[in-house]
Design a protein around this ligand. Structure first.
Ligand SMILES: Nc1ncnc2c1ncn2[C@@H]1O[C@H](COP(=O)(O)OP(=O)(O)OP(=O)(O)O)[C@@H](O)[C@H]1O
Length: 299
């Protein structure tokens, strides 16, 4: 389990991470979301000892990363796939990491195979790797020590569609065996498919956290009819506030049964009625972070 407790990180008076607390539990994939500059990477860097906390703490099973005797055996980290030594081959990077951790060399070949780098690619210098290949190498490095916790910043970045699916299966399998996965991503569809829990950060502060089900269920109900304005009007008459979305749907916080009953009473045929869950993470994310979005897209 990863525990972040009242974590604050300031840079010359600017507060990048502001009193952040959350946990990433074992056996679960926790998605860490937020707009550009929200503080995700800074929080993750503190977790793995690359940046110090101004106050508060981040611990892995109760221990600070810096106090772990052989951290690679406990925590797999992928923060910046391009930070690998460009002049070394993928195999050299894995071999060095494996030696540092005191692992058998056979583990290097296992990891190269696991991330589907060919032997030729593994022998190529990292400066000649594509982004997706760097990402695969980064994942191989993170998994090398067979850790029980994974901390991954944008791991799907640069992966092709098959690679994204492979990563999804890998991470859900890892959590299924009791591991802890914390991953940040701007690919909301990916997070929606893979995450069990969500932590949303905006301007350095947590704006929401909880299980995906709970957070998305709070999205309310989505209904469609041939005459959405009439439906919105009928709901208003029944004391249920609603909004007309740009896609012609009517959204409300009331539950689907209430909306159905109002439509029936008003003689309005519904063409769709469901929990707005399917409208999904993107809507939830944009509304939760509306104050912190640069483009003001959700305004
Ligand atoms: N070393 C530093 N010195 C000064 N400011 C910093 C430093 N590192 C990060 N920041 C600032 O802290 C804020 C949070 O940055 P961070 O990289 O954590 O955001 P993020 O959520 O990971 O963003 P993105 O989605 O763009 O990767 C930003 O405003 C950034 O400019």
């Amino acid at each position: 389990m990863i525990t972040v407790d009242s974590l604050t990180r300031t840079y010359a008076g600017f507060t990048a991470v502001d009193n952040v607390s959350f946990t990433a539990r074992s056996g679960r994939v926790t998605g860490f979301l937020g707009p550009n500059g929200a503080g995700k990477s800074t929080t993750m860097r503190v977790m793995v000892g690359l940046t110090t906390a101004t106050s508060g703490s981040a611990t892995i099973d109760g221990v600070r990363f810096a106090d772990l005797p052989n951290p690679g055996l406990e925590v797999g980290v992928l923060l910046d796939a391009s930070a690998q030594h460009a002049g070394r081959t993928g195999r050299e990077i894995l071999t060095l990491a494996s030696d540092t951790m005191g692992l058998p060399r056979a583990r290097v070949d296992e990891m190269i195979e696991l991330v589907s780098l060919t032997p030729t690619e593994a022998g190529r210098r990292v400066r000649n790797y594509s982004l997706g290949m760097r990402q695969r190498l980064g994942i191989a490095t993170a998994l090398l020590g067979d850790p029980r916790v994974l901390i991954l910043d944008e791991p799907a970045n640069g992966l092709d569609p098959a690679g994204i699916r492979w990563m999804r299966d890998l991470l859900t399998g890892f959590a299924g065996r009791g591991g802890t996965v914390l991953l940040s991503s701007h690919l909301l569809h990916e997070i929606e498919v893979i995450a069990d829990d969500l932590v949303v950060i905006g301007n350095g502060k947590i704006v929401a956290s909880g299980t995906k089900e709970d957070l998305l269920a709070a999205a309310g109900t989505l209904a469609r009819s041939a005459s959405p304005r009439d439906l919105a009007h009928a709901l208003e008459q029944a004391g249920i506030p609603s909004t007309l979305a740009g896609d012609g749907s009517v959204r409300t916080d009331a539950d689907p049964a209430q909306v159905g009953a109002v439509a029936l009473a008003a003689g309005i045929a519904l063409t769709e009625l469901r929990s707005a869950e399917g409208a999904g993470l993107e809507d939830m994310f944009l509304s939760l972070t509306a104050d912190t979005q640069r483009e003001g897209v959700a305004a």
